[in-house]
Ligand binder design. Structure first.
Ligand code: DC
Length: 241
């Protein structure tokens, strides 16, 4: 009921403003950004773009060619010959690398680290941000990533910074991997270390790092259920926070 009335209110807002709805969700790895964004997209009947999947697809390309994703000299020549696209099928994002659906292949810890390393290269970010902005021009969208509110969609009227303790994030990642039958060699401790290393790379890179912009509403999901986090984001949208 709450969702339905919120959906109606946002629907009116959309019609009145005659502008695209853009919602930016940034935050560190495993904080629940994508899960929350996916639910909000469903509730508001807008699209969800998981930008991390695009960095993962780019990293997969490099890894397959035996190129270290952080090696700018060898990654740069790949850019003009790489096409990364997304398609939303029944509310689920499918990510394509040069026409191949790599949605499942990009979910390994190795690709996650590669995505963080390749994201340090400014030219990679510029290329992916261009297609993300294009997507936002064409659709009402909730986009999650690291620098959506600061770099990709700085004018988004709704910005959130979703975070959780490193321990809780590692716990969630472990559960997610186990569910998919992946990362059997990982422990909570090793995942927490990987997550903290990724946070460090993402927040200290020189170009468009992970950052909480002052206007972003902070949502700490450590002790929150998904429903609580979704409701809090929706409440802020309606309240115009
Ligand atoms: O959201 P994720 O865990 O799937 O992202 C994987 C990595 O991709 C992340 O550690 C850094 C990079 N990334 C990025 O640099 N910018 C984004 N907007 C999204 C992800």
């Amino acid at each position: 009921m709450l969702y339905r009335s919120i959906g109606r209110k946002v629907g009116k807002l959309k019609m009145k403003r005659k502008q695209r709805i853009h919602i930016a969700i940034d935050g560190p790895a495993g904080a629940g950004k994508s899960t929350v964004a996916k639910h909000i997209a469903e509730r508001l009947s807008i699209l969800h773009l998981d930008t991390g999947a695009m960095y993962r697809a780019m990293a997969l390309k490099a890894l397959r060619l035996g190129i270290e994703p952080g090696d700018a000299e060898h990654v740069l020549p790949l850019l003009p010959q790489t096409e990364i696209t997304v398609e939303n099928k029944n509310g689920i994002q499918h990510t394509y690398l040069d026409g191949e659906d790599v949605s499942v292949l990009i979910r390994t810890p190795e690709v996650a680290k590669g995505a963080s390393d390749i994201g340090v290269i400014p030219e990679v970010r510029i290329k992916l941000a261009e297609s993300q902005r294009q997507f936002a021009q064409e659709h009402d969208v909730i986009m999650d990533g690291r620098e959506i509110g600061s770099f990709v969609l700085p004018d988004a009227p709704y910005k959130f910074y979703v975070t959780a303790s490193a321990e809780e994030r590692a716990r969630r990642r472990l559960a997610e991997l186990r569910e998919k039958g992946l990362g059997m060699d990982k422990t909570l401790q090793s995942l927490q270390e990987e997550i903290l290393a990724r946070d460090y790379t993402d927040s200290t890179r020189a170009f468009a790092p992970l950052v909480r912009v002052p206007e972003a509403v902070m949502i700490d999901t450590t002790d929150m259920s998904i429903d609580d986090a979704v409701n809090e984001v929706l409440r802020c949208i309606i309240a115009g926070e």
